[in-house]
Design a protein around this ligand. Sequence first.
Ligand SMILES: [Zn+2]
Length: 462
Amino acid sequence: MATLTFLGAAGTVTGSRYLLEAGGERLMIDCGLFQGPKELRLRNWANFPVTPQSIEWLVLTHAHLDHTGYIPRLVKQGFRGPIFASAATVDVAKLLLLDSAYLQEEDAAYANKKGFSKHKPALPLYTHQDALESLNRFHAVDESKPLELSSHFSLRFLRAGHILGARIIEVTVSDSGQTRRLIFSGDLGRNHQLVIREPEVPETGDFLLMESTYGDRLHPTDDFRERLASIVKTTASRGGTVIVPAFAVGRTQELLYVLRELLETKRLPSLPVHVDSPMAIDVTDLYRQHHEDHNLPMETIEAQGVKPFSPSGVHFDRSPEESKALNDSRFPVIIISASGMATGGRVLHHLARCLPDPRNTVLLVGFQAPGTRGHSLQSGAQFVKMHGAMVQVRASIQSMDNLSAHADAGEIMQWLGRFRSPPRQTFLVHGEPRAAEALRQKIVATLGWSVDVSSYLLKLHL
Ligand SMILES: [Zn+2]
């Protein structure tokens, strides 16, 4: 009999990994890194719950590291199968994994230099070379037909919204004369995202694994263009800098798109916008190339000579020298820099410099997982720890969830309401316990479906 095991994203938003077993074969869906609190991050270092050599295939919903960031380590530990994903996901994941390896190595080197790690020497979870080797296993899927892996597994990909390349994966599992259909929602996007098309709706399935990141919340409905303009203008009038720790994939491109509109329509005075993240710059190029997921009329836009992701006065700062030069900037300026939850990357240097000055603003534009610096800032921390030192927080901290790439509770309910018939069983994944429980109650009360919140390492007979 086929089984499903929850290897992550159970009771938390990170570490998405699910294992399907049928007819003695193993298929893994997503292979994410655990991020946030230390007890979760330690799972990245523990032995993998099943032997990596015994897994035949890996399939990815999308490129975010909480769905892909463990791949180099899985390959290092012996996984030898192909990794399937949409063409855009393959391209984006390559960038993210190399960057992730770079950050792992940089953090380990920095910890060794400063001697603040308990581990001597501090080691990276994986290296650049490990990441490069894992990239050889990636294959872009032909989405025009089902992906038949074997007599036991057949897959279909549906648009998930969320970010470039994101997909919902429908898996048909056959074992011992029984056939089951499972739907992995991956991360579900919103109905009206700026750049990426809305999610498709599967007809139904026996089992649905539904993300619940915003299961207890609704996104604000105020005019985010107005709010962004007001935050930038207020900060600029004090002579301050706006630092936006932004996810390199999706959020950066949407911010650039909105800033271009605001500058073009003179709702913002002209001021320099810096994208200080080589990866965000590379991903912006991929957003330009992969039109298949866009709801923007790219051909029309570009025929008119408009570069959708290039506001006037934008600087794409690739080199470390350009990044360091920003430390001396004295005029009002917007700096968009990764990582989005301030867990690493160049944004740390900007935060260390800008947080103690009350003229500056830190604008958080995405979900901040508990345990991250972004979450501490959002929760009103007076100090945050950066590279072993405590940095005082006197800058204004603002949050804007309007640009979220995740459906909120209302949008999830709408999406579920469009299923042709209820799944036999729905499992909520990828959510903090409170968000998942709130969504569970809402689905039960509104749709009358049978819903459980998933738990780590739970193994289910299908
Ligand atoms: Zn995601």
